[in-house]
Write a protein that binds this ligand. Structure first.
Ligand SMILES: Nc1nc2c(ncn2[C@@H]2O[C@H](COP(=O)(O)OP(=O)(O)OP(=O)(O)O)[C@@H](O)[C@H]2O)c(=O)[nH]1
Ligand SMILES: [Mg+2]
Length: 348
């Protein structure tokens, strides 16, 4: 899973990127997904190794109306290879940092429109190509043409492709075009401390409209402040967050939103050797999930022994879990739930 960090210049993209992946001077990095459940299990099992889930992020250059078309296309081109977009929208005030829009609403609208325009262009170009083909279209191409026309008309109405009611066949027909508005977008509004505390900033209403109209996910966070909080000792950090009225850091909240927005969940494996978080798509069964660990384990799957993390936390030990009958057995077709602690029985 790769997520592109998308936004206007000086909105705080690189700041958010570094918060996620650490201080590196690259534009692609792997973020460790903070999960307090992993911390808890690691403390409990004291394993040789603790492995958090990871996710790849790409820091994109800023996009603005001032850029020549060619440069814009170069930046937009980088979106082709990502699975989802994290918009960083500027809502912090700082006169020493230039801002093109000075209004988070206008900035979001611009980011929205750039994706829409690009996709409309993509739809029109390909419709034209198919219509002008000097030969009879294949059945597949006829499907494509119809689906593209559906997209064109929705995009003309300002609607993202992922909001169109498409059949599986239509989705398949469209898959090779790589529509940007078919990818999930998550909006991170980057605030300064004052606006965060006041819960108000210029353009807030418009940002909310765009988020709601396009069924996007949203998070409000203070990028720069988080950077500073990160430098603090654990206790001080907690106090600082508490003072802001928060239980978790912005990056932890962001990880959760990214997961839910992409329909991802975590399950855990535990032991003296390793406590590990695994990421899977919601709705996956235990046999498939076992294949994440190793193909042999999927092939030789017998059953899964499963404990809910919340039960483990409540009971505090395996002994209590068993005494209370909270260890359950699941067959290959049962569906894994977020927070399941899983031990697969298999033979090879
Ligand atoms: N005051 C304030 N400054 C911030 C905040 N977030 C980022 N900055 C500053 O804004 C400047 C730009 O931040 P970056 O994270 O580099 O922004 P960017 O979106 O990556 O910028 P480009 O890559 O140039 O488009 C830096 O000087 C940051 O320190 C914030 O929340 N408050
Ligand atoms: Mg940057």
């Amino acid at each position: 899973m790769k997520i592109g960090i998308y936004g206007a210049p000086y909105s705080g993209k690189t700041t958010v990127f570094k918060l996620l992946v650490g201080e590196i001077n690259e534009s692609i990095g792997v973020a460790k997904i903070h999960d307090r459940r992993v911390d808890y299990l690691s403390e409990m099992y004291n394993p040789k190794k603790t492995t958090y889930a990871t996710m790849e992020f790409v820091d994109l250059p800023g996009l603005s109306p001032e850029l020549p078309r060619k440069e814009k296309n170069q930046i937009l081109g980088k979106i082709q290879n990502v699975d989802a977009l994290l918009w960083v929208v500027r809502a912090f005030q700082d006169e020493s940092v230039p801002s093109y829009f000075n209004d988070a609403g206008k900035e979001s609208e611009y980011l929205h429109d750039e994706l829409l325009i690009r996709d409309l262009d993509m739809a029109e170009t390909n419709i034209e190509k198919l219509k002008n083909a000097k030969r009879k279209l294949t059945r597949e191409e006829e499907h494509q043409l119809l689906a593209l026309e559906k997209c064109e008309s929705a995009l003309n109405d300002g609607k993202f492709v992922n909001l169109i009611d498409l059949s599986d066949d239509e989705k398949r027909a469209l898959s090779s075009f790589g529509f940007f508005t078919m990818k999930k977008s998550i909006v991170a509004v980057n605030l300064d401390e004052e606006s965060f505390r006041k819960n108000s900033y210029k353009g807030k209403e418009k940002v909310n409209d765009i988020v709601n109209e396009n069924s996007l996910s949203m998070i409000e966070m203070c990028g720069k402040l988080e950077m500073e909080i990160n430098e603090l000792e654990e206790d001080e950090r907690k106090e600082f967050l508490n003072d802001l009225g928060l239980k978790e850091s912005g990056i932890e909240r962001l990880a959760k939103i990214v997961y839910s927005s992409l329909d991802l969940i975590s399950f855990f494996t535990v032991g003296e050797d390793e406590v590990k978080a695994w990421t899977i798509k919601k709705g996956m069964n235990f046999k498939k999930a076992a294949g994440k660990i190793h193909t042999d384990i999927e092939r030789g799957f017998i059953r899964a022994e499963v404990i809910k993390f919340s039960d483990m936390e409540k009971m505090g030990s395996m002994k209590e879990i068993k005494a209370n009958g909270l260890l359950r057995l699941e067959g290959k077709d049962s569906i894994v739930e977020d927070g399941d602690i899983v031990n697969i029985r298999f033979n090879v």
